[in-house]
Structure formats: structure tokens, C-alpha cells
Design a protein around this ligand. Structure first.
Ligand code: HEC
Ligand code: HEC
Ligand code: HEC
Ligand code: HEC
Ligand code: HEC
Ligand code: HEC
Ligand code: HEC
Length: 312
């Protein structure tokens, strides 16, 4: 054990001229930071007492290594974003005071990421109720962990996955008193109580995102970021439960979902367009109505052709 600690301390000595090669997340035991930051309890050598000690890790500082590996920043080393001084423990107290890079510091105005429209998102975010009330204390990181972030609306072909990923961002705070109090002074209101007027809540939260009812839809953006105050939230059932649902402009607009529409053929697209949520469809009826539709069109064309021929 002593030997390992010694080796560890040697690796951790700050101010080395050669930076370490990026460490893999595959085996947390071999990763200097993750030896502590992926464990419930961490061990360190207490230099003052000259003994090995174990302590409990702050649960919010335990990172999910699998989620990191699936995230967009998987190729980063911890010290690409955090000061190299974190290599020593106890961490230097003043490190707490240093500013962290925000999404825009790296992604703002960068052509390589133009399709995500970071600058437009930033603009919309500044209009949102969170930023209006809490200013710079409410950052992108409150919803997007830089460690694990990965887009899903753009990539996934599963509505359930998109909805879950999105709603978890909101619920990670609106359902967690501690994270909520980090931002607000007010007590938290339970999401379930707030929406008691909504029937079948569980089903709704599995099928629609919080942002469907709480943002202004912005056509240029994949995901609307302007969260409106509660007076502007969607309450009218008909806005979704009708043929021309608002969901078509938000959740169902994604190409990746539409391509998936059952068989991808004209039939799939046509019926998708006319989908009324909640009215469970009967496939046979759908097919039948399309057959009738095309038969009528065919009839009119044949009829027209005969009229032209007969006139001559
Ligand atoms: C020996 C265990 C250990 C190692 C190794 C370790 N940390 Fe920590 N780290 C902690 C503990 C414990 C805390 C909780 C705050 C404290 O005690 O200083 C912490 C806190 C932090 C914080 C939050 C600081 C704050 O309070 O805002 C960051 C960021 C951090 N560590 C990054 C790193 C990075 C990056 C590495 C690797 C270069 C690393 N740590 C290696 C134990 C460790
Ligand atoms: C892409 C940049 C980036 C990388 C890579 C990164 N971090 Fe972070 N980390 C951040 C930011 C930004 C925050 C502050 C989050 C916030 O403001 O809530 C943070 C916060 C933390 C915290 C404090 C807990 C928290 O959520 O506030 C710890 C601990 C930490 N990082 C450890 C690590 C370790 C260990 C690694 C490597 C496995 C790592 N970080 C890699 C950007 C990064
Ligand atoms: C320290 C700089 C830095 C910060 C801070 C940062 N990123 Fe990144 N991000 C990068 C780099 C570099 C890449 C390219 C990584 C690669 O290709 O392996 C990337 C990749 C991405 C991608 C994937 C782009 C693509 O299509 O390949 C997304 C999405 C993304 N970041 C979003 C975010 C968000 C959201 C935040 C804030 C929560 C953030 N980033 C913060 C540097 C950063
Ligand atoms: C209140 C929560 C919240 C805040 C704050 C927030 N976002 Fe988002 N963001 C979301 C949600 C929810 C999604 C949808 C996730 C998905 O399905 O990919 C998203 C998606 C994204 C995407 C992917 C969009 C795409 O085209 O694929 C990017 C990039 C992004 N956010 C960047 C940012 C940046 C930059 C900030 C800060 C200026 C920010 N976000 C602040 C909730 C938030
Ligand atoms: C079907 C539409 C709908 C969905 C989905 C929805 N909300 Fe709401 N939400 C509303 C309406 C309408 C109000 C206003 C209620 C009122 O004023 O009494 C509201 C109010 C709120 C409030 C303000 C509470 C207060 O009184 O201060 C919060 C916070 C909130 N919702 C968060 C969420 C979160 C988080 C989700 C996702 C898990 C979500 N909402 C999903 C329609 C919705
Ligand atoms: C880090 C914490 C955090 C996250 C993440 C978060 N919120 Fe909030 N949200 C707050 C706080 C704090 C308030 C203010 C509560 C108050 O003062 O009434 C708030 C207020 C709201 C309100 C009510 C505004 C009003 O008029 O009172 C809505 C709606 C809302 N959030 C929706 C969302 C949605 C949707 C998401 C996810 C996309 C989300 N929030 C993510 C912390 C958060
Ligand atoms: C943001 C869009 C949206 C709003 C607003 C909305 N719903 Fe829904 N609702 C859905 C979706 C999506 C489903 C899941 C439908 C499915 O899979 O068939 C659903 C399902 C339901 C179901 C279950 C239907 C079934 O077939 O099992 C009922 C009942 C329902 N909603 C009633 C309401 C009522 C009443 C309101 C107004 C208070 C309302 N909804 C507002 C989108 C919405």
C-alpha cells in the first residue's frame, strides 16, 4: 500500500514539464482523478499524520464513467478543462474560485459546430425565465453536464429516449431539493403537485417533454431554449390532442424520427402527418381509407381520359 501511495504521489507531483497522455476512462482504477471521483469512498495519504486514510466522497462529485465515455467530450482529459493543480490532494483551496470554461467559450462562433447554432441557443437562453431571474448564476451547465453531455433529439430514433433524456435535465433540479436550493431561495414545489390538473401525468411525461409546454417554439433551432414563465405554459389539451398538433412543430419535427415512421413509405409519411395523439389508430382502417382515396383518384383520372377520348 505504501508503495502504491508513493507511486501515486510521484505521479501527482505538480509542475511536471511533461503532460500526461490523455487517460482512458475505461478502467477508473487506472485513472488518477477517477480513483477518487468515481468511488463512494476515497483513500489518500495524510502527510501530516503520516498515515493512510479513507473518507466518503461527496455524492455530487462522483462521476458516472460510462456516461462520460458516451458523451461528446469523451476524448478530453480532466485537466483539459480543470486546472492541472487538481493533481494534488488536498486540492488547493483557491482552485474553487477559478472560473470554468462555459460551452460558449469553446463553441461560440466556431464553424465546426455551426449546425448546433450555439450562439442562437445562447441568445434564446438569455431570454428564458431561468436566466431572467438568476442571471449568470444559471449557466448552461445547470442543465448540461460537460462531463456527460450528448445530444439525443438530433441522433436518437426513439421518442421515449429523447423525452427521457430531455426531461431528466429538468427533473435533476426540479425534483432534487438540494440542486434546486443551489439556485433558488424559495422552497421547491413538487412537479407532480404543480401538474395535478393534467390527467395521466406519468404517461404524459413519458411521451412529451417539459419543453413542449414550457418553451416558445423556435423554427431555426433543433431544441427551443427559451423557457417561458408559467403564465405562458401550454394548458389547453387541444393544442396537442388535435390533428394540427403543436407537437408537429416541436417533438415530431425531427427528421430522424420521421424517417423511422413505420415503413418509411408514402403511406407511413401520410398517416404520420394526420396522426391525432391519443386516438389509437387501427392499421386496417388506415390502409383501407388510403385504398379508397387512391381508387377515387384513379376513377377520376380514368373518367377524365374517357371524356377527352369521347369528345374527339
Ligand atoms: C485523493 C482523492 C482525489 C483525487 C486523486 C482527486 N480528487 Fe478532486 N476532489 C476530491 C475530494 C474529496 C473533493 C471534495 C472537496 C475537497 O475535499 O477538496 C474533490 C473536489 C474536486 C472538485 C470540486 C472542487 C470544488 O469544490 O468546487 C474538482 C473540480 C475536482 N476535485 C477535480 C479533480 C481532478 C480534475 C482530479 C485529477 C487531476 C482530481 N480531482 C483528483 C478528491 C480527489
Ligand atoms: C469539457 C470540460 C470538462 C472535462 C473534460 C471535465 N470537467 Fe469536471 N467540470 C467541468 C465544469 C464546467 C464543471 C462545473 C459544473 C457546474 O458549473 O455545475 C465541472 C465540475 C466538476 C466537479 C465538481 C462537481 C460538479 O458537478 O460541480 C468535479 C468533481 C469534476 N468536475 C471532476 C472532473 C473529473 C474527475 C474529470 C475527468 C474524469 C472532469 N471533471 C472532466 C468541466 C469539465
Ligand atoms: C474546453 C472546451 C469545451 C467546452 C467548455 C465545451 N466543449 Fe463541447 N466540444 C469541444 C471540442 C473540442 C469538441 C470536439 C470533440 C471531438 O471531436 O472529440 C466538442 C464537441 C461537442 C459536441 C459534439 C459536436 C459534434 O458534432 O461532433 C457537442 C454537441 C458539444 N461539444 C456541446 C457542448 C456543450 C453543450 C457544452 C457546455 C455544457 C460544451 N460542449 C462545452 C470543446 C468544448
Ligand atoms: C433549462 C435547461 C437548459 C439550459 C439552461 C440549456 N439547455 Fe441546451 N438543451 C436543453 C434540452 C432539454 C435539450 C434537448 C436535449 C436533446 O434532446 O438533445 C438541449 C439541447 C441542446 C443542444 C443540442 C441541440 C441540437 O441541435 O442537437 C445544444 C448544443 C445545447 N442544448 C446547448 C446549450 C447551451 C450552449 C446552453 C447555454 C447557453 C444551454 N444549452 C442551456 C436544456 C437546456
Ligand atoms: C402538458 C403541458 C405541460 C407539461 C408536459 C409540463 N408542464 Fe409544467 N406547467 C404547465 C402549466 C400549464 C403550468 C402552469 C400551472 C399553473 O400556473 O398553475 C406549469 C407550471 C410549471 C412550473 C411552475 C410552478 C410554479 O407554480 O411555480 C414548473 C416549475 C413546471 N411547470 C415544470 C415542469 C417540468 C419540470 C416539466 C417536465 C417534467 C413540466 N413542467 C411539464 C404545463 C406543462
Ligand atoms: C438547476 C436547477 C434548474 C434546472 C436544471 C431547471 N430549472 Fe426550472 N426553475 C429553477 C428555479 C430555481 C426556478 C424558479 C422557481 C421560483 O422562483 O418560482 C425555476 C422555474 C421554472 C419555471 C417557472 C417559471 C415561473 O414562471 O415561475 C418553469 C416553467 C421551469 N423552471 C421549467 C424548467 C424546464 C422545462 C427545465 C428543463 C428544460 C428546467 N426548468 C430546468 C431551477 C431549475
Ligand atoms: C404537449 C402535448 C400535450 C398536451 C398539452 C396534453 N396532452 Fe394528453 N397526451 C399527449 C401525448 C403525446 C399522449 C400519449 C398519446 C399516445 O401515445 O397515444 C397523451 C395522452 C393522453 C391521454 C391518454 C390517452 C390514451 O390513449 O391512453 C389522456 C387521457 C390525455 N392525454 C388527456 C389530456 C388532457 C385532458 C389534456 C389537457 C388537460 C392533455 N392531455 C394535454 C400530449 C399532450
Amino acid at each position: 500500500m505504501r508503495f502504491i501511495t508513493f507511486v501515486l504521489l510521484f505521479i501527482l507531483i505538480p509542475g511536471r514539464t511533461q503532460p500526461l497522455a490523455a487517460q482512458s476512462y475505461d478502467d477508473p482504477k487506472n485513472h488518477t482523478c477517477l480513483q477518487c471521483h468515481s468511488q463512494q469512498a476515497y483513500a489518500f495519504h495524510n502527510d501530516l499524520m503520516d498515515k493512510q486514510e479513507k473518507r466518503l466522497m461527496n455524492p455530487y462529485y462522483i462521476l458516472d464513467t460510462i456516461a462520460i465515455r458516451n458523451g461528446v467530450h469523451q476524448n478530453f482529459d480532466c485537466t483539459d478543462c480543470h486546472s492541472f493543480e487538481y493533481s494534488t490532494y488536498p486540492h488547493t483551496a483557491t482552485l474553487k474560485l477559478e472560473p470554468m470554461a462555459t460551452c460558449l467559450d469553446c463553441h461560440g462562433g466556431d464553424e465546426a459546430f455551426a449546425k448546433y447554432e450555439f450562439d442562437k441557443i445562447d441568445e434564446e437562453f438569455h431570454k428564458s425565465v431561468h436566466y431572467q431571474v438568476y442571471g449568470d448564476n444559471f449557466t448552461c451547465s445547470k442543465c448540461h453536464s460537460q462531463h456527460t453531455y450528448h445530444p439525443s433529439a438530433r441522433n436518437s430514433s426513439s421518442i421515449t429516449e429523447i423525452v427521457e433524456n430531455s426531461n431528466n435535465m429538468c427533473l435533476s433540479c426540479h425534483n432534487d431539493m438540494r440542486k434546486f436550493e443551489l439556485v433558488a431561495d424559495s422552497a421547491i414545489a413538487t412537479v407532480v403537485d404543480i401538474h395535478s390538473w393534467l390527467p395521466n401525468q406519468e404517461l404524459h411525461f413519458q411521451h412529451v417533454r417539459c419543453i413542449e409546454c414550457h418553451t416558445a417554439v423556435e423554427d431555426d433551432l433543433m431544441v427551443s431554449h427559451n423557457i417561458l414563465s408559467k403564465d405562458h405554459a401550454v394548458r389547453r389539451c387541444a393544442e396537442c390532442h388535435s390533428a394540427n398538433s403543436l407537437l408537429k412543430a416541436s417533438l415530431y419535427k425531427y427528421q430522424n424520427l420521421q424517417e423511422r415512421a413505420e415503413d418509411g413509405s408514402l403511406l407511413g409519411v401520410l398517416s404520420h402527418e394526420n396522426y391525432v395523439i391519443g386516438s389509437h389508430q387501427i392499421p386496417i382502417l388506415k390502409t383501407l381509407s388510403l385504398i379508397i382515396f387512391f381508387a377515387v383518384i384513379g376513377g377520376i383520372i380514368v373518367h377524365g381520359i374517357f371524356r377527352i377520348i369521347l369528345k374527339k
